[in-house]
Structure formats: structure tokens, C-alpha cells
Ligand binder design. Structure first.
Ligand code: MRU
Length: 363
């Protein structure tokens, strides 16, 4: 059992020190802990697009920090260019990835801060923007802790006593947030109360489960076992799993949940076998302006990411014959009807979700 009281993690995937913004480059984990520096908003957007920085809450935090670093850079140029640099920063960051609503939510906050300081000199505005970005990160860190505690309380009300096996998909952990994670925050909080074993889906083709969840949980002393994605349904059916806990990229007003592709199948398997299916996400992931899941933009990434595997020492191996194409929707939507609970920093939303999610957003 991990010794993590108070609930914490050794993993912090970002730094903004002395004006230098850097991120733990998640493409190289677990082989190497390599950091990349983002000198401006365009480089931050590139880091988000290529998945060096990923996970809905961290994408939001990174976008805010990307604006802050751009503002710092623009202070050194002519004052007349400052406003244009900010506007370009908002646009390039907004275009980096479409599904996680945390990104446009963070950019809206940065826009509001830019607007409210419009009369001030660029240096003062850059400072205010950096303060706002740090606040967004601090709020996410606090939200993760609260999600962890609410989620552990909910699970304890639903599962039997003693050691528990929780299955998760993708990486909704410290590597995906500014704190202990959302789904992994719940697992960390439960793990502080009783022995917990984690089944981590591999999560093809970027291997967030194999490379990232397994890395951060084992680093923090958790008992983590990797599952091929294709084994999840039968393992759930076997009765070995007490609950499935996943994160989210966007939750529509009716409770439909967009998350890493493969999540929907887990929801179906859980419902078929009476296993609780729990979504953990901050309220910044709840998008009341999107009425239902069919309106959530689902990112389609290049089929090349499915057709070949990158090798640890460099280079790649092609898996399918030349000439065969691949289709890669990076997210899917789990209908609200399959979701037992949506845990946010404000508590636990349950059906009927339209009312309970509105309540959570109100705080
Ligand atoms: O493509 P990714 O790795 O950014 O996808 C991440 C997920 O789907 C996570 O489950 C989600 O963002 C929640 S992270 C706390």
C-alpha cells in the first residue's frame, strides 16, 4: 500500500521559473525524463498538439502559461505590438486541440484578464497575465485534491470493504493536471485509506496507460498492472474490478462524457456487469454550453499514429501493410445513461445530470 498521507504525488509536469516555461515531455516517458522549453505561445501550442503536454486540465494550464510566456516575450518588443501578440497567442493556442474544453475555458480567462488590464503598460499586463495563469494552475491543483476525496467517499459507499481493484483508462493523473490527477486523484485518495490495486488499460496508440499511468503510479508506490485494452471487457465481466474510474475532456450539459477513445466500451461493459462507472473531472471540464455529446468536437488524429510504433531508441516500425489506411478518432462519447457518477471538486453529480451538473457549476 502506498505511503502517501497527506495525498500527494512526486510528479509535477510543468515549471515556470525565471521566465522560462518548460514541460516534462510526455512523448519520451517512461524511458527518459526529458523537459522541453516553450519560448512563446506558438511553441506551447506545438507542444500541446504533438502530445508532449496532454490531458485536459494540463492543456488548459499550459495554454494559460503559453499566453503568459508570450506576454513576457512581447514586453521586450515595441509596445504597439503587445496587443497583437496576445491576440495571436489566443488564436494559435485555441487551434492546438479541439476536444478538451479546459483549453478554451483557460483562454477565455486569459482574454478577460487582458481586457481588464487594457489601459496599463505592457509590463504590468504581463505580470497580471502570469498571475492569472498561476492561479488557474493553483485552482486545478486544489480541485484535484477535492475530487480525490469526494471520489474516494463515493467509491466507499459503493464497493465492499477491504482491498479494491480499480480499472482506469488513458492517463488522468498528475501528468494530465497541475495536481494529483482526477481519476488518479480518486485512486490516490482511496489508496490512502485502504489497499488499492490498479488495472491500467494500455490505451493504444499513444500508450497513455502503459507509458504514463503505469509510470506515475509505480513511482508513487502503487500496485499497478497493465491490461491490453482488448482485455478490459472480459476482466470487468470476471468480477475482478470493483469500479472503473476515468477522466474526461468535455462533459456536455446532459452528462454525456467525451474522454479518450475506448472509454465508451468500458461504460458498456460496466453497465452489463453491474460495476460502478465513475467519471472524475474538475468543473472546468463541464461545458454547459454544449447540450449533448453529439455536439462535442472529436479530434481525429493522423492514421499514421496508429499504423506505426515509435521505438525507444528512435525510429519506428510500421504495423500494417503499405497502402492500408487507419482511422483514429482520439476520443469517444459515453452516454450519460451509462455514467453512475461525475465527481467534481464540488461533490458528486448523479442522474438526472442536467440539474446536478448545473448545481456543480454554480458551486
Ligand atoms: O489525448 P490525451 O492524452 O490528451 O487524452 C487525455 C484523456 O483522455 C484524459 O482521460 C482526460 O484528458 C482527462 S485528464 C485528467
Amino acid at each position: 500500500m502506498p505511503k502517501l498521507e497527506p495525498i500527494t504525488t512526486r510528479v509535477i509536469p510543468w515549471a515556470f521559473e525565471g521566465g522560462t516555461l518548460s514541460f516534462l515531455d510526455q512523448r519520451h516517458l517512461p524511458a527518459e525524463e526529458r523537459w522541453i522549453v516553450c519560448a512563446d505561445a506558438a511553441e506551447t501550442a506545438t507542444a500541446i498538439r504533438c502530445l508532449a503536454v496532454r490531458g485536459a486540465p494540463l492543456i488548459g494550464v499550459a495554454a494559460a502559461l503559453g499566453v503568459a510566456v508570450e506576454a513576457r516575450r512581447a514586453v521586450r518588443g515595441p509596445a504597439s505590438d503587445f496587443e497583437r501578440a496576445l491576440e495571436e497567442a489566443f488564436e494559435v493556442l485555441l487551434a492546438s486541440r479541439p476536444t478538451a474544453v479546459n483549453l478554451p475555458a483557460a483562454i477565455s480567462r486569459m482574454r478577460r484578464m487582458a481586457g481588464s488590464t487594457a489601459g496599463a503598460d505592457p509590463g504590468t499586463r504581463a505580470q497580471a497575465l502570469e498571475g492569472e495563469a498561476r492561479l488557474i494552475a493553483a485552482e486545478d491543483q486544489a480541485a484535484c485534491l477535492a475530487i480525490g476525496r469526494h471520489g474516494a467517499d463515493f467509491l466507499e459507499s459503493r464497493i465492499g470493504p477491504g482491498a479494491a481493484t480499480i480499472l482506469t483508462h488513458c492517463n488522468a493523473g498528475a501528468l494530465a493536471t497541475a495536481g494529483i490527477g482526477t481519476a488518479l486523484g480518486v485512486i490516490r485518495a482511496l489508496g490512502a485509506r485502504r489497499p488499492v490495486r490498479v488495472f491500467a488499460d494500455e490505451t493504444r496508440p499513444f500508450w497513455q496507460g502503459a507509458r504514463l499511468t503505469a509510470w506515475e503510479l509505480s513511482r508513487d508506490g502503487f500496485d499497478v498492472t497493465l491490461l491490453p485494452d482488448v482485455a478490459a471487457a472480459s476482466v470487468i465481466a470476471s468480477g475482478r474490478v470493483a469500479a472503473v474510474v476515468v477522466g474526461a475532456d468535455r462533459i456536455a450539459a446532459n452528462g454525456d462524457v467525451a474522454n479518450k477513445v475506448g472509454t465508451y466500451g468500458l461504460g458498456l461493459a460496466c453497465r452489463a456487469h453491474g460495476v460502478p462507472f465513475v467519471v472524475a473531472a474538475p468543473t472546468t471540464t463541464v461545458d454547459l454550453a454544449t447540450p449533448s455529446g453529439d455536439r462535442i468536437p472529436i479530434e481525429e488524429r493522423s492514421g499514421d499514429e496508429v499504423l506505426s510504433i515509435d521505438l525507444p531508441g528512435g525510429g519506428s516500425v510500421r504495423l500494417a501493410p503499405a497502402g492500408v489506411a487507419a482511422f483514429y478518432p482520439a476520443f469517444d462519447v459515453t452516454p450519460a445513461g451509462l455514467v453512475d457518477a461525475i465527481v467534481t471538486e464540488r461533490g458528486v453529480a448523479q442522474a438526472p445530470f442536467p440539474a446536478s451538473l448545473r448545481e456543480q457549476r454554480r458551486g
